[in-house]
Design a protein around this ligand. Structure first.
Ligand code: HPA
Ligand code: ZN
Length: 334
């Protein structure tokens, strides 16, 4: 059921799909020396103790991305994985500052990613949107400069987001740039309540006026917040394998996604940085299904939420939902 149903992915950092094999290929193509001598050694290094220990390695890995073709190849490889996992719609994040701060032009990054997404639509039938994330460990001024620089591409992105080191960088730091983004017609989302407290989720809602919260697993520490999220049906884009790799939970059996679902929260399943966390979207579903004994109804609800929580136009959304519902019915009757 997990493998065969169509689904959407809403929390995916395109830089986090860089597989070690492609990292080596791009390093060679661009004449860059890697710290690792083999693909196996790279995978060995992917052992993290928290978010920051991951980010250090993740930003280092992204250095091999230099040309428009590199960003195209990265994105195309992800789309091929989408096809395997029956992802029919994806809303992907990219981190412009990771690239512009080392001298890569904004347009090089954006055009490479977008060209692959356009080919994904034509050749694979996968629809997509782009969300530009600001790095929260950098200053509000840097975010604002990035926003200004990105103006020529605003009509080709659906929204802005906020990622990187959460603790010590509350959402309120970025109130002004998010306000500008909304004025420009962009939607807003933000990572909150991954490592940071429930208060950061309130901050994302109140100061940044987000339509979705990325991660949000710490919301259960605040009953009033849970009630609000349920009432408003604010989606939470949960990333189970990521949470285990970054030690947000000790084991998958301790993950709170089933509790969140049972409370009526609009939760979705996503892969975050699949190359670094050991699995794409279906692997995330299989892992929680096994550890938390999810029912068919639970899985169906999670998959249905992925479309409901997306930024798809109402008519297109309705089509996806009716397709999903009829496939689920067929499976249930089989
Ligand atoms: N959290 C914060 N920043 C990130 C993540 C994440 O899970 N992945 C890539 N950047
Ligand atoms: Zn993320």
């Amino acid at each position: 059921m997990i493998d065969s149903l169509p689904k959407a992915e809403l929390h995916l950092h395109i830089e986090g799909t860089l597989e070690p094999e492609l990292m080596f290929l791009l390093a060679e193509r661009n004449g860059i020396d890697l710290l690792y001598s083999s693909v196996e050694e790279v995978r060995q290094a992917y052992q993290f103790t928290d978010l920051q220990s991951f980010l250090d390695i993740y930003y280092a890995g992204a250095q091999v991305l230099q040309t428009e073709q590199d960003f195209y190849d990265l994105t195309w490889a992800y789309l091929e994985r989408c096809q395997q996992d029956n992802v029919v719609h994806t809303e992907i994040f990219f981190d412009p500052q990771t690239h512009t701060d080392r001298g890569i032009q904004f347009g090089t990054v954006f055009e490479g990613i977008d060209a692959a997404l356009q080919d994904g639509r034509k050749k694979l039938g996968i629809s997509s949107q782009i969300i530009m994330c600001f790095l929260r460990h950098l200053s509000a001024e840097s975010a604002m400069a990035t926003f200004e620089m990105s103006k020529p591409w605003h009509s080709r992105m659906i929204g802005v987001g906020l990622d990187s080191s959460e603790l010590g960088h509350p959402p309120e730091k970025f109130t002004e740039v998010f306000e500008k983004a909304r004025q420009a017609g962009l939607k807003t989302v933000a990572h909150a309540g991954e490592e940071g407290p429930a208060d950061y989720i309130w901050g994302a809602l109140e100061a940044l006026k987000v339509s979705r919260v990325d991660h949000g697993v710490r919301c259960l520490e605040d009953e009033k917040l849970v009630n609000y999220l349920v009432e408003e049906q604010i989606p939470l884009t949960v990333c189970p394998l990521s949470n285990i790799k970054l030690c947000v939970f000790d084991n998958m059996a301790d993950h709170n996604i089933k509790t969140m679902l049972d409370k009526g929260l609009c939760v979705t399943v996503n892969s975050d940085d699949p190359s670094y966390f050991g699995g794409y979207i279906n692997a995330n579903f299989h892992s929680i299904q096994k550890a938390l004994k999810l029912s068919h109804q639970d899985l169906y609800k999670l998959i249905r939420n992925s479309f409901v929580a997306s930024f798809l136009e109402p008519e297109v959304l309705a089509k996806h939902l009716s397709e999903l519902d009829s496939q689920y019915k067929e499976l249930s009757n089989a």
